[in-house]
Design a protein around this ligand. Sequence first.
Ligand code: SF4
Length: 432
Amino acid sequence: MSAQPVSQRRREWCPGVRRPMATGDGLLVRLHPFAGRLTADQARLIAAAAREHGNSYLDITARGNLQIRGVSDETYPELLAILDREGLTEPEGDGPNRLVAVSPLAGHDPRDRFDALVLAKAIESAGAALEGLPAKFFVAVDGGGSMPLDAIGADLHLVAGEDGTVAFSVPSSGALLGIGAASLSDAPDAARTILAGFAEMKRGGRTEARRLRDLQPHLVQELVAPAALEPVAAMPRRSAAPRAGAIAITGGHAVLLALPFGRCGTEQLVQVAQWSERFGTGEIRLSFTRGILLPGIADEHLSTLLAEASHAGFITDANDSRLSLIACPGKPDCASALTPAPADALRLAGACGDLLAQGANLHVSGCPKGCAHPGKADLTLVGRDDGRYDVVPHGSTRDVSSLHLSIDEIMTRLLPAKTSADLRRAFPERTR
Ligand code: SF4
């Protein structure tokens, strides 16, 4: 075994609790609770552990996971022991830390056409024994309700169809490509067949792709054929998932508390735990929108909860322009970062408040990995090693841009922009 400290050995992998990752502010320890669910006691325990063994900053990720930041080689072993005792560690091995992602409303959403939690559990256990799935591989299980998972960046999407079937799709050229449908009872086996086929391709060295979106189309077809899916109808477009505020559910409301850039302090997490017990059911759901959802809030508690949460620094208004800003931790918190993404995002917000108020979204990424947002944005800025940004209008960090500007140059161009059309005019150069 190498005598190298954890912080020097573990860069560039998909972090978990057993597999922390070195970043600019120390080790990052990522928790992957099933369905993003935590009890109030678990939230308090995590907050205390992050305070004692990390730097008191937590992030909620774009997959609805929770990461503790600023852990050191010295404090990590005790943190691992605490989280392990609480059952908050991921499985051993090099596979996915969590195979499925669901809406934080799963099980509570009256618009869902099936219980996504039940199907998600079946797929999680069907995939558990597979060897060879890459660590970042994951499956979105979407009941068809109020919080679509279309933009979450999963390898395989299973969505409830209007006819009672489960529609399967894979990402292709920045969109989702329908590959077939199965009955609800057949869906876990069909998903397992596709997953097993991909794992087999990886083990056999037939592809270097770590994500299905990077697999050649003929290999995708080869994977799908043995799953014997039925033809699938085109899925109707749904409104984007709400990002903050009260959401009507059966018997009351859920409240989605958003956090600027998904960053949460330990005191805020403790407050969430208290609110969940005072006003709700004691259950906490981490959301892929980079916020925290509290289900089961009675009508008479809504205004008090929203007021207290707003006072505590949460975003509770779905129209808050900060919701249109996306940024990863950037410099100095991430060792891979080439630019200070959150600070630059806030500077840009000052320059284009009108544009954000119109609903345009802006993604500032400290490097091309795009951790904070795998999908497209109205304007995506990708940090470069010369400190400037690759500018990608109406695209994602995966798109190539030939336009490289400093943050000051970008701000100057954005100042007059008030609408989406102005945004196009601000960056007329050809990007490819
Ligand atoms: S996208 Fe941001 S958080 Fe992710 S590796 Fe790059 S700089 Fe770090």
